[in-house]
Design a protein around this ligand. Structure first.
Ligand code: SAM
Ligand code: SF4
Length: 491
């Protein structure tokens, strides 16, 4: 069966069948191509997903680590989701926000509440937010989203502000996508959840999201409206993981063909987590094991080397640490999935009641110290309850460089400009120094003395990794300025 032109179930199933027991030679050839960061065809990716040869598996992981290192260095970009509203007209069987969950306490943040959430996030050190909302005509329409984005950008805490707002919200028409773009969003994210039509129909029984094709085509509508940084994703656990991973690649291929070589900016790889009154979350139809999950991340890394891979707090600390090196390039930290969750925690733990300036806290990142995760308001349960400070410390300990960089989007390095720079490797001229500068800002304004010391060593090491001496010198100058109190220095 051919679905919506670009998800060809027959082609994908055939790739999976043909690679049921791939020969060493086939795997070897795919690995050679992957090592040159040339990406992979569906058949090649299927072979790497399918091999059960333990030695080959280790080689896939090590190739993924190499490609990750070559293209992304040791950087990991940090962001926080900001849940605006849990009202939803849909009935996705895996989600706690679904309409039929009458036990969920519904909440839609008003402008003041959004300000307060952003304040709490700024006080912990975040610079990049992902706005998330249920789909509801009255609560999360374009007027509401536009106001939310403007509000987020308007909040200042001392010398700090949110510099990039990404959005994960229901599909809309081209005109509304244009307004979203004009409001200044970075990436628009939309997950197909499952690319398998029959499973999709079973999981989405009513509401606007029940239309598989409308969702599938929404990314093209967003691009037609001028949004050129797009995030796609699948919710792993709904259907066979190989089918979903290959469909993500087919979707990426379609985008490249249709939009002059511009594929997805990011791919997200959520796995289903428990959620209140969500039958498909209580018992995922096709659960994905930890080993399978690692393989998915590694193969995606090799198949689309220039596309960022996003991992959320859905994954536990141990798994997150493993997949960082296999290919993940962006992670969320200190997250809450209930609207109002950040300020709520802050009120309970902040002796200043929220009115603090950066750097004046007695407990940096302390808003998340009380890690209650009330499922009665949340979308799903979190497995990683580290505060941002704890996460940053762990990320440093694992040899990575935390980055709060938002400069590409602010310097118009998006869409085809970004892709060109990424593919020629030129993007490195920007990413590494910008990661260093934004991490230094974080250390100056939010870190405990212990983390400041740890982070200082990471920065000294990474400075030496800037290959061009002139660039290194310029970065050192900017670093000095940041240490002297200047902010928002970037290339
Ligand atoms: N309502 C919009 C939508 O569905 O596209 C956007 C927000 S929705 C809250 C964001 C994503 O959360 C969904 O696309 C889905 O992949 C993910 N999600 C829903 N339930 C989940 C669960 N139980 N575990 C993990 N992720 C889940
Ligand atoms: Fe609503 Fe999105 Fe949850 Fe579905 S996944 S119930 S659309 S919030």
């Amino acid at each position: 069966m051919i679905v919506a032109g670009f998800i060809d179930e027959e082609e994908i199933n055939k790739a999976i069948e043909d690679s049921a027991e791939p020969s060493e030679e086939t795997v070897e050839k795919a690995l050679e191509k992957a090592a040159r960061a040339e990406g992979l065809s569906l058949n090649e990716a299927a072979a790497l997903l399918s091999t059960e040869n333990a030695e080959m598996e280790e080689r896939i992981f090590s190739a993924a680590r190499e490609v990750k290192k070559k293209i992304y260095g040791s950087r990991l970009v940090l962001f926080a989701p900001l849940y605006l509203s849990n009202y939803c007209a849909n009935n996705c069987l895996y989600c706690g926000f679904r309409r039929d969950n009458t036990e969920l306490k519904r909440k839609c943040l008003n402008t003041d509440e959004i300000r307060s959430e952003v304040g709490a996030l700024l006080d912990s050190g975040h610079k990049r937010l992902l706005l998330v909302a249920g789909e509801h005509p009255a609560f999360s329409n374009i007027d509401y989203l536009e106001n939310a984005i403007n509000t987020v950008y308007s909040v200042r805490r001392g010398n700090s502000e949110i510099r990039r707002v990404n959005v994960n919200a229901a599909p809309m028409g081209v005109e509304d996508f244009r307004r979203l773009k004009q409001a200044g969003i970075g990436t628009y994210q939309l997950f197909q959840e499952t690319y398998h039509l029959e499973t999709y129909k079973r999981m989405h029984t009513s509401g606007p999201k029940a239309d598989y094709f409308k969702r599938l085509e929404a990314i093209d509508a967003a691009m037609a409206a001028g949004i050129d940084d797009i995030g796609i994703g699948a919710l792993f656990g709904l259907y066979d993981y190989k089918f979903e991973a290959l469909s993500l690649l087919a979707h990426a291929r379609h985008m490249e063909e249709k939009h002059d070589g511009v594929g997805p900016h990011t791919i997200s790889v959520p796995r289903i987590e428990p959620a209140l009154n969500a039958p498909a979350a209580a018992k995922p139809p096709s659960p994905v094991s930890d080993e399978e999950f690692k393989r998915i991340v590694a193969v995606l890394r090799l198949a689309v080397p220039y596309t960022g891979i996003i991992l959320s707090t859905r994954e536990g600390a141990e798994m997150r640490n493993e997949v960082f090196s296999l290919g993940v390039s962006q992670i969320s930290g200190g997250s809450r999935t209930n609207p109002g969750g950040y300020s709520e925690n802050k009120r309970r733990t902040d002796p200043y009641g929220g009115a603090v300036e950066p750097g004046s806290r007695t407990n940096p990142g302390g808003y998340a110290e009380n890690n209650r995760n009330p499922l009665d308001e949340a979308q799903f349960a979190l497995n990683d309850n580290r505060t941002l400070e704890e996460l940053v410390k762990d990320v440093c300990g694992l040899g990575f460089l935390p980055s709060f960089c938002t400069s590409c989007y602010r310097s118009s390095r998006t869409g085809d400009r970004f892709m060109k720079l990424a593919k020629t490797g030129e993007i490195q001229k920007f990413c590494l120094p910008n990661a260093i500068l934004t991490f230094q800002e974080y250390l100056e304004d939010y870190a405990s003395p212990e983390l400041k010391e740890i982070g200082g060593k990471v920065i000294a090491r990474e400075m030496q990794n800037i290959p061009d001496p002139k660039r290194r010198e310029a970065a050192l100058l900017k670093l000095k300025e940041v240490k002297e109190g200047k902010r928002d220095r970037y290339f």
